[in-house]
Design a protein around this ligand. Structure first.
Ligand code: Z5A
Length: 215
């Protein structure tokens, strides 16, 4: 029996990582083998590319080079980890996938959407998730969560200045981009209200998983 490929998408602080872990527990309780992975990254080679893309001193890429790097990492990820795991019957859960490139590089940074789709076709040849959960949250709530998390990790308090300086209009473009992707792919993408508690967000996801009854 073939496995299942699920992706979690959304803007900053939407709770993707938190919900990926909950979906993993859900399928493990049902007796499935689960692979939890992320993008950019997921394999040793793709993690090297991740360092080039997300580290502050990783590089000053042109939009085309940046897009190609995301898809280079993704192609390795798909061919060497995701497809073999699915063929083995495992449930693969990825924290971000192609929708993030369309939302961030395309809708967010203005890189040509049709070029992104051409690169997707060349590198992935039609491969896409079985199910995607878009965790949708008002921009201010998501950014606040994300900033609180970073401040906690750094032992900082009083975040008001930094919060006010965040580029909320960019994040609003991202949010609308993700919602457009969901509208265009209603069979694959389920929009989840991510502003609720983590348990309530997972209840929505669990209901959707039961309805789709894919595995
Ligand atoms: N990127 C791109 O540009 N193009 C691409 O193609 C791809 C990615 C694939 C990767 O960042 C960056 O790469 C990202 C997009 C870009 N750029 N940014 N920004 P990353 O992997 O380092 O991080 P992220 O994906 O952006 O994660 P995140 O948004 O920061 O977090 P999250 O996974 O959505 O949320 P979380 O870690 O589960 O939770 C965040 C905090 O909120 C944490 O303290 C939780 O305890 C708390 N939380 C979670 N859920 C809740 C609920 N329901 N209520 C209250 N608090 C909650």
């Amino acid at each position: 029996m073939a496995g299942l490929f699920i992706t979690l998408e959304g803007g900053e602080g939407a709770g993707k990582t938190t919900q990926c872990r909950k979906i993993k527990e859900y399928y493990e309780t049902l007796g499935h083998e689960v692979v939890l992975t992320r993008e950019p990254g997921g394999t040793p080679e793709a993690e090297k590319i991740r360092n080039l893309l997300v580290q502050r001193d990783g590089g000053n890429w042109t939009p085309m080079a940046e897009c190609l790097l995301f898809f280079a990492a993704r192609q390795m990820h798909v061919e060497t980890l995701i497809k073999p795991a699915i063929a083995y019957g495992k449930v693969v859960i990825s924290d971000r996938f192609t929708d993030s490139t369309v939302a961030y590089q395309g809708y967010g940074h203005g890189f040509d959407l049709s070029v992104i789709r051409q690169i997707e076709t060349i590198t992935l040849n039609g491969f896409c998730p079985d199910l995607t959960f878009l965790l949708d949250i008002p921009v201010e709530n998501g950014l606040r969560r994300s900033l609180d998390q970073k401040n906690k990790a750094a032992g900082l308090e009083n975040t008001e200045d930094r919060f006010e300086k965040m580029d909320k209009s960019f994040h609003e473009k991202l949010r609308q981009g993700f919602l457009t992707i969901a509208k265009e792919n209603p069979d694959r993408v389920t929009v989840i209200d991510a502003s609720q508690s983590a348990d309530d967000v997972f209840s929505q996801i669990e209901s959707a998983l039961k309805v789709t009854n894919v595995i």
